[in-house]
Design a protein around this ligand. Structure first.
Ligand code: BYC
Length: 474
């Protein structure tokens, strides 16, 4: 069990490293000040029914109780060490896993940790205003759970920076609190984390699509030969699962409610659907197209020498690396990558090492498709004739081989003019955002009540009923 009398709960024996402990205790007030400024708006006095990790054992990481969020114990937890663990891929394959940063990889490793760390506070900033328009206390509690855990994931990366990267690491940890999502002068590092999350449909889409990029990137880093990073990411993944559940079930409940209203009233035109205060399936499809395409960009360029270096150096593996059956060095292997040549989308084989971003993106797409199929079942079961689809991989891309091309959702190459003529059939328009936000003008806070535009969930949190007081406002 973690000792909660310590200022920073941890299972890394922090008390024995005074220098590190002092560095973190110095960073903690700066973190809290960031939380007060950029964390959930007007929420500091709320008591929220949250889970807190008290140990990494299966029965210890989900302890539920009321907590004021600024008093949440953001701890540092690593999965226990496996003494026999090795570097499992790349040129160092077979060596004992590194317990310290290999000098030659210091700067690229720091860059990976910083990029990962930067996304965590970014997402909290993006979601800052949403507590004011929640559809229920259940959903309010869920967004706060996501927010405090993203805060903990920032702590996880800051621990690595302080513990293993000396003065540079401490400076990077400060910068993580200085950048701001969407800021023109000092933005967050990756594109999707500078996009606004203006409403709850966007929030659920974000947690379904973008948190799942988190899952795949963390899985790749959990294979790292740098053991403290691998162990940190493994524990983060246990928390990530709930975030994706919030997203998938949130969108599913919105679809369910829309379909109920369509059937009850025998309507299907989007304007009729909107007149009854629910979100038309066409708008849901446009949100899906946006969040999917922006998240695909997070995997980086299709052909990337950075990705090849990360792999060959043993720093970032593939999804489920140790379960894959090949030589784990990929010297001879090839992988298919698409590109636009003379108004055609061609697929060509490139060295697999350089295509590792594309490969991870493909693994991700497979899992996303399965989730969209589950949403489709809700529509089919309601007997509504509508198909939700994933757009073509090249649709609305700003990173990689499709950048600068105009690709329709069904994969046709268009001129800019043709694209512009259809843009808002495929992506949410200012009007769509206005409509969705008009449904979410205030907080639904009565016990057991849900906004009209979303169905209640199947069950509550931690066995509690749906009309449980998930948040006390004080
Ligand atoms: N936006 O070779 P390239 C999560 C930059 S989400 C802006 O294509 P590389 C979470 C790139 O940095 C998971 N810039 O890419 C989810 C590079 O810049 P420099 C986050 C981009 O390096 C929800 C240049 O373009 N974790 O945890 O192979 C809520 C060319 O680089 C973007 C990670 O991402 C972009 N989308 O791969 C909360 C894992 N993409 O060097 C949390 C760590 C690329 O020219 N990161 N660039 O200045 C990585 O492994 C890699 O950095 C990336 C990029 C996969 C992101």
């Amino acid at each position: 069990m973690i000792d909660y009398t310590e200022k920073i709960p941890n299972n890394v024996d922090l008390g024995r490293d005074r220098v590190l402990q002092r560095a973190l205790e110095h960073w903690q007030p700066a973190y809290l000040s960031w939380w007060y400024d950029m964390g959930p708006n007007e929420s500091h006095n709320f008591e929220v029914y949250l889970r807190t990790a008290t140990s990494v054992e299966p029965d210890g990481w989900a302890q539920f109780d009321y907590v004021k969020m600024p008093e949440y114990r953001w701890g540092i937890f690593l999965q226990p060490r496996d003494e026999k663990r090795q570097v499992n891929f790349g040129m160092h394959k077979g060596q004992p896993a590194w317990q310290d940063v290999p000098g030659e990889y210091r700067s690229i490793l720091r860059r990976i940790v910083v990029t990962q760390g930067d996304t965590e506070p970014a997402s909290v900033e993006q979601q800052k205003m949403l507590g004011l328009s929640c559809p229920s206390l259940y959903d309010l509690r869920n967004i706060f759970q996501v927010n405090v855990e993203e805060g903990r994931h920032l702590w996880a990366m800051v621990y690595l920076l302080h513990r293993y990267f000396g003065r540079d690491g401490r400076e990077e940890a400060e910068s993580l609190l200085a950048r701001r999502s969407g800021d023109t002068d000092n933005p967050r590092i990756l594109g999707a984390f500078n996009e606004p999350t203006p409403d709850w449909l966007a929030f659920y889409m974000f947690t379904f699509f973008t948190d799942r990029d988190g899952k795949f990137q963390l899985c790749a880093l959990a294979e790292s030969g740098f053991d403290p990073l691998a162990r940190t990411c493994r524990f983060m993944l246990t928390e990530e699962a709930h975030h994706m559940f919030v997203g998938e079930s949130g969108v599913s409940r919105i679809i369910q409610r829309t379909c109920e209203v369509m059937k009850e009233n025998k309507i299907d035109a989007p304007s009729d659907v909107r007149a009854l205060g629910v979100i038309d399936l066409q708008t849901i499809q446009r949100y899906l197209n946006f969040h999917y395409s922006v998240t695909l960009d997070l995997y980086g360029s299709d052909v990337s020498s950075n990705a090849a270096n990360y792999y060959t150096s043993g720093l970032k593996g593939r999804f489920r690396e140790t379960k894959l059956e090949d030589d784990h060095t990929l010297q001879e292997a090839v992988y298919p990558v698409s590109e636009v040549v003379d108004d055609k989308i061609n697929t060509q084989q490139v060295p697999a090492l350089t295509a590792l971003n594309e490969r991870l993106r493909d693994d991700y797409i497979e899992e996303i498709q399965a989730g969209v199929n589950r949403w489709q079942r809700v529509i089919d079961e309601a007997g509504v004739p509508f198909r939700l689809t994933l757009p073509h991989k090249g649709f609305h891309r700003e990173i990689g081989n499709f950048t600068g091309h105009f690709i329709s959702p069904d994969g046709k190459i268009l001129t800019e003019e043709q694209w512009k003529a259809h843009e808002f059939e495929w992506l949410p328009s200012p009007d769509d955002y206005k409509y969705v936000q008009s449904l979410m003008s205030g907080r639904v806070a009565e016990l057991g009540k849900f906004a009209n535009w979303i169905a209640p969930p199947v069950k509550g949190i931690n066995g509690k009923p749906l009309d449980f007081q998930y948040v006390r406002f004080n």
